[in-house]
Design a protein around this ligand. Structure first.
Ligand code: A2P
Length: 275
């Protein structure tokens, strides 16, 4: 084999851990979501992430191809036969500059090892579950708000999502609408899901950063509920680094403590993954 080992003579390598793309939806010029076939043996807890990606171009010298992988929250719930992902498009991003062009029938790499802390197992039992997201940080919550188990464990689920512009909220808006319109899910959700979207840089009926609306108490007033407290409230955080840091200070201020899979407490945090 070594004798014929030139790049041209070698067959195209089959993708390791490949998953076929089923559909792609572009939400804005910077955001898209896509669904892929779920590997049969893949089990995960709603809220977890996996590594996905594409093969890099072959090395011009050796002809070898390496995978380019990034962590992506699984946006679909664990009962779904397909897997959904929600992604930013970065024009010069190593992965998303190419990933944004995938089409149905294409294959991506999907490493079947789900992990993550945004799972209900990492929280102590409580009454209200808060989900705090900026931008594509809504992805793990897209999974969780479609998981019946969340509504068995909590009496109320509050999803706060902040984006710069109205168009960036559309994925989440449609998701919540679909949950409430779904024959089976809506019965389980039964009005327990409260959605609080805001923008920061375009006019919208509700505005302001998640952090500011919590600190000022505006969100409690708007929803007609009492402020957060460590007996009742549990939180899950997924956004950019600065957001995560700022909101942790606020949650700590309400008396909540950060937990983990091995040490469940009142809230958990994960960085929204970007290219
Ligand atoms: P803002 O427009 O006031 O910066 P980005 O697109 O930069 O990732 O931001 C997504 C959303 O998160 C924006 O609405 C942005 O608000 C908000 N955001 C950014 N940083 C923070 C932070 N430290 N705390 C709260 N919200 C933030």
């Amino acid at each position: 084999a070594a004798v014929t080992d030139t790049p041209a003579a070698r067959p195209t390598p089959k993708l390791p851990d490949s998953a076929k793309v089923l559909s792609v939806k572009h939400w804005t010029d910077k955001l898209f979501s896509f669904r892929v076939e779920r590997p049969q043996s893949l089990r995960f807890r709603s809220g977890e992430f996996v590594m996905i990606g594409l093969m890099q171009d072959p090395d011009p010298k050796t002809g070898k191809q390496k995978p380019l992988l990034r962590a992506y929250s699984i946006a679909s719930p664990n009962w779904d036969e397909e897997m959904e992902f929600y992604s930013i498009k970065v024009q010069d991003g190593p992965l998303t500059s190419r990933l944004q062009h995938i089409q149905p029938g294409d294959e991506i790499i999907l490493r079947p090892k789900p992990v993550g802390t945004l799972v209900t197992d990492a929280l102590l039992p409580g009454k209200r579950l808060w989900m705090f997201a900026t931008g594509t940080g809504i992805a793990p919550f897209a999974s969780l708000i479609r998981d019946p188990e969340v509504y068995e464990k909590f009496e109320e689920v509050i999803l706060m999502h902040t984006c710069r512009e109205v168009g960036e909220l559309e994925y989440g808006r449609q998701l919540v609408e679909d949950v409430n319109a779904d024959e089976m899910l809506s019965e389980i959700v039964n009005g327990k899901l409260r959605y609080y979207p805001t923008t920061t840089r375009e006019d919208f009926h509700k505005m302001g950063r998640v952090t500011d609306n919590l600190s000022s108490g505006k969100v409690f007033k708007d929803l007609g509920i009492e402020p957060m407290n460590p007996e009742m409230d549990r939180g899950m955080v997924c956004g950019n680094l600065a957001f995560n840091k700022d909101i942790m200070v606020i949650l700590d201020g309400f008396g909540l403590r950060e937990g983990a899979n091995s040490d469940p407490k009142e809230y958990v945090v994960e960085k929204a993954f970007v290219d």
